[in-house]
Design a protein around this ligand. Structure first.
Ligand code: ATP
Ligand code: MG
Length: 512
């Protein structure tokens, strides 16, 4: 009789608690990671996921509890110590150095390389690691030119070069296209085969179920459950996360289309995108679909005047207009909620109340110019409740909120601004399931009030569920504008990638 070897945990977090002022971020949380497993960590915005991994990587110290490595208590007081112990983290925005090339980025934190770098050996080693990962990158290419997905691959290669034993990924897929996610998951699996334990944080349940061997749910800073993928259902996981049953998706009803608000003809920006033409009506949600790199955001930046277009014509309310700056856009009533988490347009040291009412300050001024703060507070409270913004108070600084909760504040700010044309770029990325449906509700309400909405989203079910029409882009070109009735997963994907690539993806899916 053969004996199955007993696999010992590599890392154990035991009874960890952490408080920030009025917020108990973690309370008695335990988590065990085994070599070779992908452990998914999920929970609503503010549940404590990032705090837990910041304790693993030495960014925060726990108030109580301990960390065991190979069963023995370990001190993780800073990221250097974490690295020495073989614990590394990759965040949503990779931390590569743009001026260094791929190989230099992979080996940058090798303290033992000494003053003399053996360049030839370094390039050879870098190539070897990338080849093992099946990543095709020129090791001498500067990191500046790499896509986000490629930068993440470089970070994974870096982790391998450091002989990492625990790799933590905090929402690594948020900015990746479907194809790139599939690629990333292949990398993760090859790491696991080498015995690395991967802790994966994400908000998209399809991904959690496709990659996670075990799934741990946190809620309000507490451990709720840890189960294998086989023994858990999607509904059970959502219930654990939210504490009740929710629909993670809301589909917009067919609203009455209002009058024509704006026309865009032949819009272009040299070397970026060209020949984008569409009409948009009041009360309509126009979805922008396409893969990462399709330059949808660049069209939005042109419409909002951040990166003005250099070709084409825009008419707004019947008049030809030039949008050369965000001021021009705002004057017309065009608002843009950015996808970039680092530039959410939030003022970090200011309160939630102030941030939400910022674009609307005029509305809150009474005749002698004082801010009617009671109304401001009431508005902030409304958003706090509807989107479940986790905070001790609406007067708390935005800086203290978790990533997803900051995003909820940013969305609140623009949903509250009630412009004529609202451009939302990836509005629900990084937002938990419970609040996602509520955001969809709010977008739908705005459309019903006659606001025209352009919604850029990589979440195909979201685009299909919310849009009256779908504009599909590919590599800076407009491929199709589909009516709701003609927009399906197949028709949108076919336009976004072309049939050849679609087949390739199916093949890759089968290979996984
Ligand atoms: N430095 C800090 N100061 C004060 N409060 C903090 C700090 N960091 C986190 N918190 C609070 O701790 C709680 C947990 O935050 P954490 O970032 O761990 O959540 P999360 O699960 O990662 O959420 P998300 O899905 O939004 O990223 C939140 O209520 C947050 O506001
Ligand atoms: Mg987080």
């Amino acid at each position: 009789m053969t004996q199955t070897p007993i696999i010992k945990p590599v890392l154990q977090m035991v009874d960890i608690s952490k408080r920030f002022d009025a917020t108990q971020a973690l309370e008695g949380v335990s988590l065990t990671l085994y070599p070779g497993e992908v452990h998914a960590l999920i929970g609503e915005n503010g549940a404590g996921k990032s705090t837990l991994i910041k304790i693993m990587t030495g960014v925060h110290r726990p108030d109580t509890g301990e960390i065991l490595l190979d069963g023995k208590p370990a001190q993780v007081r800073n990221s250097q110590e974490a690295q020495t112990l073989g614990i590394a983290a990759i965040y949503q925005e990779p931390m590569v150095y743009p001026d260094l090339n791929v190989a230099e980025n992979i080996f940058i934190s090798h303290a033992d390389r000494g003053p003399v770098v053996r360049w030839g050996k370094m390039y050879e080693d870098a190539r070897e690691i990338l080849a093992k990962l099946d990543v095709h990158l020129d090791v001498k290419m500067p990191a500046r030119g790499l896509t986000l997905a490629a930068q993440q691959a470089v970070e994974i290669a870096k982790a391998i070069s450091l002989k990492v034993r625990v790799l933590i990924m905090d929402e690594p897929t948020a900015s990746l296209s479907q194809h790139e996610v599939a690629q990333l998951f292949k990398l993760v699996r090859s790491l696991c085969r080498e015995g690395v334990a991967v802790l994966f944080i994400g908000h998209r349940l399809e991904e959690v179920f496709s990659i996670g061997d075990r799934i741990t749910v946190l809620r309000d800073g507490k451990w709720i459950s840890t189960r294998t993928r086989a023994e858990v259902t999607r509904d059970a996981v959502i219930r654990d996360m939210v504490g009740r049953d929710v629909k993670d998706f809301f589909a917009k009803g067919k609203g009455a289309r209002g009058e024509l608000l704006a026309t865009v003809r032949g819009l272009g920006k040299t070397g970026v995108f060209s020949d984008v033409s569409f009409d948009i009506y009041r009360g309509e949600v126009l979805g922008f679909a396409g893969l990462i790199g399709s330059h949808r955001t660049d069209v939005a930046l042109a419409l909002f005047g951040i990166e003005p277009a250099d070709a084409g014509e825009i008419t707004f309310e019947g008049k030809t207009v030039k949008i050369q700056s965000p001021e021009d856009a705002l004057k017309l009533g065009v608002a843009y909620a950015s996808e970039d988490r680092r530039q959410l347009g939030l003022i970090m040291p200011m309160s939630i109340v102030s941030n939400i009412s910022l674009p609307m300050l005029k509305q809150y001024l009474n005749p002698i110019g004082l801010i009617r703060s009671r109304q401001e507070v009431a508005t902030a409270e409304k958003f706090r409740q509807r989107l479940n913004i986790r905070t001790p108070s609406v007067h708390s600084d935005v800086a203290r909120l978790s990533g997803g909760n900051q995003q909820k504040v940013m969305l609140s700010k623009w949903l509250n601004a009630e412009p004529k044309l609202l451009i939302l770029d990836e509005p629900t990325r990084g937002i938990d399931v419970g609040a996602k449906a509520e955001v969809h509700h709010m977008i739908s309400d705005l459309a019903n009030q006659g606001i025209a909405v352009i919604m850029i989203s990589s979440d195909l079910p979201e685009v299909l569920g919310m849009s009256d029409r779908v504009l599909v882009m590919r590599e800076g070109r407009q491929m199709a504008v589909l009516d709701r009735a003609d927009a399906s997963e197949e028709s949108v994907m076919a336009a976004a990638m072309g049939h050849a690539e679609l087949a390739q993806t199916a093949e890759q899916k089968a290979a996984l």
